[in-house]
Design a protein around this ligand. Structure first.
Ligand code: DGT
Ligand code: CA
Ligand code: CA
Ligand code: ZN
Length: 573
């Protein structure tokens, strides 16, 4: 659990307290605590888990809030928050998420106009009731109107990183209730899509009603939208919907297959079944009324004369014919990754020291890592050439005493707005590996941005282009880019393209697949800014697998000597 999430939960408690006219001092206490947590350099969840740390030593955190934070970290929910959520209409939480609406305004609408949901607010807006309240100018009204329209299009999709936290918490919770034979998360989550619309959980067990009942009582549930004998749908306080299906053990594989989707993949499979005079549904493969398979997914695919298809490929993009011909690619796995090629220390904007990052990387079993602190252009965080050289000297020193892990001297170098590089060649030549990225001038034209990347690819000391499209999944889309031109140039020059496993998830899966078709090769990295984020490699691997990449497409699946020889600078050695 990240500090931002803990801070958000604390902030929500403050909002809820304010809406329910709670003690203003308590409201302020929660707001202060939220700020303290958000600003704290280390992951609070880890400090709590370590057990040694006393949260009340932090500014603005007293005994009560410390207990709430500990409960949140340990159980995934905050008692104070649950208590408040139970007392306010669930629709008010949706209202709080509308841009321009804080607790004061939500409370005002609630108290004065009996607005309890997004629908109520829409109605009040249409009838001019909000304008009549006073204090709402035309600009603000327009902003609220847009927010309402956005909220109307259904709940937001969430990034895979965040979905994982919810999925893990719910699965652990259901398991802890006992009586479960098998449990797994299906849907887009299992296909490892970059964003998740809702979570789909499949359980096989003996006593379905028990599991369904327990599911509805998960601490973070604000609404049980539907509940039947074998299925239930709930909403969590974040707005995320979770579907649960309970099946017999003999159907678990078929249910996992069906609910993993994608829908397009399933439609194709059903056609194949029909062609064999079989019927395929969430309960199994049937000949007439006889179930011929369903316990495992392998058996379901097998009954259709298909090899088992990795979930990440199930998008009906040609995987089914390959499964029929036993020609599915051997997708890259997390275990095949031998190094991490982007991470930051406290020398730039990271939170951990160089030795701390190295120790954490070693614990993950890597053979090499690149320390890629920022170049001067990155205001506040940038390293001057002198500072970089000092860090590299330190890395040389550390490498001497180290076995098993090699730390590569590196830098994340900005490609400037002008298209020039942020560091001169003589500095770049002293590094082991250089990743070039764009952080500024994102509003330039497609031509300009494409040319900037091409200029970087043109420099023989640039080994890779980092987060090539600039997108950050939950925050901003890609900048305009002629990607085919970039990928073709990178392939020709032997410049690698990065797949960044942070919430950037950049390259996106479709572009990575396109780049592969142009002959490009890749590096996978985490862009970790603390030790915990070094585990984000699984998200980079998810993107790579969705792009059908194999270990041979990815240079950092190779042992160190091959990796170094595979770099374009390696050829000059
Ligand atoms: P999401 O939640 O929008 O990120 O995407 P999914 O793929 O998880 O979609 P979801 O949750 O609506 O449904 C989960 C899977 O269940 C879906 O991938 C395929 C299967 N499924 C659901 N409804 C249908 C349907 O009407 N027809 C077929 N063939 N499959 C369905
Ligand atoms: Ca889903
Ligand atoms: Ca669903
Ligand atoms: Zn960057």
């Amino acid at each position: 659990m990240q500090n931002t999430e803990i801070a958000r939960a604390l902030g929500e408690v403050a909002d809820l307290l304010e809406i329910s006219a709670g003690n203003p001092f308590k409201v302020r206490a929660y707001r202060n605590a939220a700020r303290t947590v958000a600003d704290h350099p280390d992951p609070i969840a880890e400090l709590v888990a370590g057990g040694e740390f006393d949260l009340t030593e932090l500014p603005g955190i007293g005994g009560g809030i410390a207990k709430e934070i500990t409960a949140l970290v340990q159980t995934g929910s905050m008692p104070q928050r649950q208590q408040l959520v139970a007392t306010v209409p669930p629709g008010l939480l949706d209202l709080l998420r509308i841009p321009g609406l804080g607790p004061k305004r939500v409370k005002l609408f609630h108290d004065q106009l009996k607005v309890n949901s997004v629908a109520d607010l829409k109605d009040a807006l249409e009838k001019g009731k909000i304008a009549k309240l006073g204090g709402f100018g035309p600009k603000l009204l327009e902003k609220i109107r847009e927010g309402v329209a956005g909220a109307d299009t259904g709940p937001q999709r969430i990034v895979l990183h965040e979905a994982e936290q919810y999925a893990r918490a719910i699965v652990e919770y259901l398991k802890a209730g006992g009586g479960i034979d098998a449990i797994d998360v299906a849907g887009s989550f299992r296909r490892r899509k970059e964003t998740i619309g809702d979570l789909d959980i499949v359980v096989s067990c003996v006593n379905a009603p028990d599991v369904i009942a327990r599911f509805g009582k998960f601490g973070d549930v604000t609404q049980v939208a539907s509940q039947g004998d074998t299925r239930s749908t709930v909403r969590l306080s974040s707005g995320l919907q979770v579907d649960l299906r309970v099946v017999e053990p003999s159907c678990f594989g078929a249910a996992m297959q069906y609910f993993t989707g994608s829908q397009a993949h399933n439609i194709e499979l059903r056609k194949i079944a029909q062609g064999k005079k079989l019927k395929l549904n969430e309960y199994g493969v049937f000949r007439g009324s006889k179930c011929i398979s369903g316990r495992t997914e392998e058996a379901v695919y097998g009954a259709l004369d298909l090899d088992w298809i990795p979930p990440e490929m199930r998008e009906n993009r040609g995987e089914i014919p390959l499964a029929k011909e036993h020609k599915l690619p051997k997708l890259v796995t997390l275990e095949e990754m031998r190094g991490d090629l982007q991470m930051h220390t406290d020398a730039s904007d990271g939170k951990a020291t160089l030795p701390e990052m190295i120790e954490a990387a070693r614990a993950l079993g890597y053979g090499y890592v690149a320390i890629t602190d920022h170049s001067p252009r990155t205001s506040m965080a940038g390293q001057t050439p002198a500072e970089l050289r000092a860090q590299w000297k330190e890395i040389d020193r550390l490498n001497k005493g180290m076995r098993g892990l090699r730390v590569l001297k590196s830098v994340e170098m900005d490609i400037l707005e002008s298209g020039k590089l942020d560091l001169p060649d003589d500095v770049l030549a002293e590094a082991d590996y250089v990743v070039a990225t764009i952080h500024y001038g994102l509003k330039q034209s497609e031509r300009q941005l494409t040319d900037r990347l091409l200029a970087a690819i043109d420099n023989p000391w640039v080994d890779a282009i980092g987060h090539p499209t600039g997108r950050i999944v939950p925050v901003r889309p890609s900048y305009p880019l002629d990607f085919d031109v970039v990928a073709t140039a990178a392939a020709k020059a032997g410049c690698l393209l990065e797949i960044n496993g942070s919430e950037r998830m950049d390259l996106p899966d479709t572009l990575a697949a396109a780049a592969k078709s142009h002959g490009a090769r890749f590096v996978l990295s985490t862009d970790a800014h603390n030790t915990r984020e070094l585990r984000f490699m699984r998200f980079a691997v998810a993107v790579a697998r969705r792009a059908w990449l194999t270990a041979s497409d990815i240079l950092n699946t190779r042992p160190l000597p091959d990796f170094l020889k595979g770099l374009r600078r390696g050829r000059n050695r």
